[in-house]
Design a protein around this ligand. Sequence first.
Ligand code: NFE
Ligand code: MG
Length: 513
Amino acid sequence: MPEVTIDPMTRIEGHLAIKLKVEEGRVVDAYSMGMLWRGLERIVLGRDPRDAPIILSRICGVCHGVHRQTSILAIEHACMGKDYHPPDNAVRIRNIIEGIQEVWDHAAHLTVLCGPDFAVYGLAGKSCPGLRQPDWAPPVSRKTPSTKAPCLELDIDRYYQLLHKVILPAQKLGHEALAIFAGKVPHHMTALPGGVTVNPSPADVALAYVKMKELKGIVYDIYDYVWNDFIPHLIEEHPDVVELVSSIGVGVRNFLAYGVCPDPDNNYRNFLDGGVIFNYPVNKTPERVDLEEIEEQVKHSWYTDASGGKVARQPPPEPRYRKEGAYSWMKAPRYRGEPCEVGPLARMLINRKYTPISKYGASLVDRILARLEETKLYADAVLDWLLELARNLGKPVYDDRFKIRDGEGFGTWEPPRGALLHYIRIRDGKTAAYQCVVPTTWNASPRDAQGRRGPIEEALINAPIPYDKETGHYDVINAVRIVRSFDPCLACAIHLMTPSGRVQRVSVTPSLP
Ligand code: NFE
Ligand code: MG
């Protein structure tokens, strides 16, 4: 059976390889291979627990702040108990920092990482009869379109103009607003166990408000264009495209989220709730998440068999490269033994904020549109949170009662790519155990002990991979689109370095087990 390798996967974060088995022009089996490891969960052991958020923020340069945030929550849980909250203003400022992160990170995915796969959002497409062009987009190139569906074709000149005119300024706005509270981006220095280090002035909040209001305007422009112009145009003129993008990339149809952004003004209710749904859309009602039900399996991962298990009882990960049957540095997180998709689609379905287009309840296009929906929700919410902070300025931002004590704790959060869990055990004032179970580890996981595929692997099944006799290549665009729709981040997923500090590199995609 022909085997197709995509390595490296581009326009994602980190080193992911995908292997596909192809039969009659369709994917019949898929393997997701995480190609780096750096053992950050080992580095924090034996140190002061307050080092962990600072070190673990370096897991990733994309969702940096969330690892700091989640590590802090784990420490606060361990030291102060499950229901502990630092002062309200500290929680508000943390929510604002993470909310802004969410908006710019999603916007980057939608416009830079996955956007060019579709020339979607009308952003980069050429002119197509009947498709309105937004007034904020650069002029359509006058070159003759090469296909009957020019609106789906990337006009690279126009895309570069758009990058300069809209996309990069939007990113800048998000980073500037973030830096007002975060001090710097990436890897902010603001939040710490017990609160935050910044007590903003009215001028700080006003400036962040102005910048986020402008960013929200850009998000709304894109959102309105997609839903009012681009999607109706596709439905009208290119139903075959709609049929394709809503019937592939379906995945495991189990969805998991922990919930995020507790609201001090609403009894600490989460802005987005958590839950787990099995077999969506047959079942649409989320169950409460029990962290005890999560385990990481390692049968097909390059770790010793002892490295897996329930989060709180796992030993530090022990690499075993080229272990028989293994093909990835990623572990395989499972909830009650089931693979689960995490991320914006999971959150939007669990919170009933998005209705899928696909009859399967999930698909390539639904994953992207759910991310767009969530971007808009956060763009609105951050402005509300800034106003709430403005009404409460001057109140405490740090809890002097916070103390490092022995104990164990879980921190959970919802970074852009999905459910994030940090676990810490503190003994004699030092970090005795640490585990991170990260969104992309869920989504890009390899097979588990039962041989069940991870969410990205499963989503690839049935993707059309036509063979082009003229070039002698398989056209993998639909597979690549599916993988990108999960917005994978491998740095997060595998958390390279040997104990001696030498970089170890695997330069050839390994053979399948
Ligand atoms: Ni490195 Fe991350 C997010 C986290 S992903 S980007 O979002 O945690 O797996
Ligand atoms: Mg981990």
